[in-house]
Write a protein that binds this ligand. Structure first.
Ligand code: GCW
Length: 695
């Protein structure tokens, strides 16, 4: 029998400080006003469970709002309630979809010596807003937020806050590092798996409202998910998610009309193909009435797509969008399209350019229910990349940012790499598309270009592992993804600290130590792996561990061009691939010039001699040596920091994390040695400090 799944950040450990005693005394009863929509039933159950864990008392339901410490309602119900006039009218009027208002005030209380006691009103703009408000309240209480700080009025910045699962029907997870799929096993749907409800809770608690269940690489079995063979069971998963305000999407195979429909073609302009998809959509909605729509990887890495028929991506996406439109569904069409049959001698074809070159000419041609999903960088989730110039390049098309929570290139959940600081840089990146302030966050949300759809998707890092994410500390990435998708302006450090408190309690040493470890981890991982934005020095296939020439001569188009004189990819307009020209000023010039290109991206944009001096004052080769020696030391430091928490953390979690950090420290040394030796051998330049470059 498997151990019970870890509750992650939903532990509701009572805070050891804070002025909540009076409030907690009142929190033994909750009142839900208005008709009991299923989401309100969920909110009530979560509230009762969370509060009883926090207060250590049984929490009951009060029929009379005056007997309750928490009063919960949608705005519509609140306006009809006897207590409506107690709430700030202007705030109530502002409440929109998925938003909530938390209002704290004293209400009469016979049991209290003062005759009154604090009560909290949680009012949602709609039912989902109520649920988010409840989770917000529970989080605030767990964090020991004083009563005065509990008042809030929030709306999610992004309409879609989504997880993409790369789960396969056989139970494997592409780029999964946390066990097997929680949805599928041996070609079957695990509709009864209790982990799915537990997962839905985790997601809803951080505001996620959509999930694509299966891998964007849709193989033979998953191609049939959109048929009546699989829909009844998939509908049961959708039921579980629905109770938490989460809509289900499926990844589809563009060639489905051939593979399951028996048609001779999948040409998007062929009337039989369009009809087949319309009928398929109708069938899906009979089983899943609030089905979100299709996620599509087409004409990418050997997946079928419209190119086969001489059609473009807009024609492909729009045909699917038209099939879903009558039911309110959307098409999320991925922009990860590039030539994966390149020749390293061809210095003009540049994978980094590909997405922009394919999609910018189609800007404005997609239906309103199509969203283009764009990876954060132009390549593929490396530890360091510039931001994709499609953000700012497309202005008349719905867009969505794709982040990778699963740590494919960032240590595969064996290394600690808290990614929220990286994501924060991405969302804060100013594209200048409409002058200063044209951030990726404002583009993805749809606000900057006034688009009807938008949002953020993260590739899930979850599997059937007891701790969900393999590495316990990788839970912070899942948590942080949700929080950042809700509000891209939250700081990575604040999110980290929040997560630590919710997950490990509020022992100050534990909180500061783990927060510090998380915040340092991305930079540490970067420093002992591929240097200065060059990326890709990994083993082909599984992508774990160092291999400087692993992809150097391969067809995937991921080169660094290191030779005895220098390293890096010339992507300038003057002498290189011209990629810098895909950015608006000032970036196109900042990246173009050696004088202004940021150090951390130098080798992404330029091919330079090893003796080239960085802004930091170091030469490239010395930077490589120094950062790799330091990186390996800092990986050791992570382990020591964790060891300083022995006995302050429960044994099980302490030891599983220690095991990972020990492995990381070892593997960081391997990275250091392989990378340093490679560049020492190539350049022939010794380390200024005379350290031994290990073979
Ligand atoms: O990062 C690459 C991965 C593939 C993945 C692909 C994609 C799902 O190595 O495993 O396929 O990107 O994003 O489509």
């Amino acid at each position: 029998r498997q151990a019970a799944a870890d509750p992650c950040w939903l532990r509701f450990i009572p805070p050891s400080r804070g002025d909540l005693t009076r409030l907690f005394a009142r929190l033994t009863a909750v009142h839900v006003a208005g008709p009991l929509h299923p989401l309100l039933a969920t909110a009530r159950a979560e509230l009762r469970q969370g509060l009883s864990s926090l207060t250590g008392r049984t929490v009951t339901e009060a029929a009379d709002w005056r007997a309750a410490g928490v009063i919960v309602a949608t705005r519509a119900a609140a306006l009809r309630a006897p207590w409506a006039t107690l709430l700030p009218a202007a705030r109530l009027a502002e409440l929109g979809r998925e938003g909530f208002l938390l209002h704290v005030m004293e209400t009469p209380d016979d049991r209290s010596p003062q005759g009154a006691a604090p009560a909290i009103f949680v009012v949602g703009g709609d039912e989902a807003g109520v649920l988010y408000g409840v989770f917000h309240l529970l989080r605030g209480l767990t964090l020991g937020t004083p009563l005065s700080g509990l008042a809030a009025c929030e709306h999610p910045v992004n309409p879609l806050r989504m997880l993409n699962h790369w789960d396969n029907a056989d139970g494997s997870v592409e780029r999964g590092y946390a066990g097997r799929s929680i949805f599928f096993r041996e070609g079957r749907v695990l509709a009864d798996n209790p982990r799915i409800r537990a997962y839905a809770r985790l997601l809803a608690s951080v505001g996620i409202n959509a999930v694509a269940l299966n891998n964007v690489n849709v193989h033979a079995t998953e191609t049939r998910f959109i048929t009546e063979e699989y829909l009844p069971d998939l509908a049961r998963i959708a039921d579980v998610f629905r109770a938490y305000g989460i809509r289900v999407f499926l990844s589809v195979n563009f060639a489905s009309p051939i593979e399951v429909g028996g048609l001779p073609t999948a040409d998007p302009l062929h009337p039989d193909v369009a009809r087949w998809w319309r009928e398929t959509a109708r069938t899906i909605y009979q089983y899943i009435p609030d089905f979100g729509g299709f996620l599509v990887k087409a004409d990418s890495e050997f997946r079928p797509g419209p190119f086969t028929y001489g059609r473009d991506h807009a024609q492909g996406a729009n045909m699917l969008a038209d099939a879903l439109a009558p039911f309110g569904g959307i098409v999320i069409w991925r922009c990860f399209v590039y030539n994966c049959l390149q020749d390293w001698r061809d210095r003009k074809t540049d994978r980094a350019r590909a997405a922009y070159d394919h999609f910018v000419p189609l800007d404005g041609m997609f239906r309103d229910n199509v969203i283009l999903q764009i990876k954060n960088g132009p390549m593929d989730f490396q530890v360091r990349e510039p931001v994709s110039p499609l953000f700012g390049g497309l202005t008349r098309t719905n867009q969505m940012l794709e982040l990778q929570i699963t740590q494919e290139y960032t240590g595969q959940q064996r290394h600690l790499c808290y990614l929220v600081p990286q994501w924060q840089e991405v969302v804060a990146f100013d594209t200048y598309a409409r002058g200063p302030g044209s951030t990726v966050a404002r583009i993805a949300s749809g606000e900057l270009f006034r688009r009807p759809q938008g949002g953020v998707a993260g590739v899930s890092n979850v599997g059937d592992d007891v701790f969900w994410t393999g590495h316990v500390l990788a839970q912070a990435n899942l948590y942080g993804f949700g929080r950042l998708a809700w509000n891209p302006e939250l700081s990575a450090a604040a999110i980290a600290e929040e997560w630590v408190r919710l997950t490990f309690g509020d022992d100050p040493l534990v909180v500061t130590t783990i927060t510090e470890m998380l915040m340092a981890s991305w930079s540490i991982y970067e420093s002992y792996t591929a240097p200065l934005g060059v990326g890709w020095m990994v083993n082909p296939g599984h992508h774990y561990g160092p291999n400087p020439d692993g992809y150097e001569y391969s067809k995937w188009g991921t080169y660094h061009y290191a030779d005895h004189q220098g390293v890096g990819v010339d992507r300038t307009r003057r002498t290189g691939t011209g990629y810098t020209g895909q950015y608006h000023p000032p970036h196109c010039d900042v990246y173009e010039s050696l004088a202004t290109c940021p150090d951390e991206l130098l080798l992404f944009f330029h091919h330079v001699p090893y003796t080239h001096r960085l802004h930091s004052g170091k030469t490239v080769i010395q930077h490589i040596y120094d950062s790799h020696f330091e990186g390996a030391e800092r990986a050791e430091w992570l382990k020591q920091r964790w060891e300083s928490l022995a006995r302050r953390i429960d044994d099980v979690r302490y030891h599983v994390v220690l095991e990972r950090l020990t492995e990381q420290a070892e593997h960081a040394k391997e990275w250091r040695d392989v990378i340093n030796t490679y560049f020492y051998r190539k350049s022939g330049i010794p380390d200024e400090h005379g350290r031994l470059i290990h073979p």
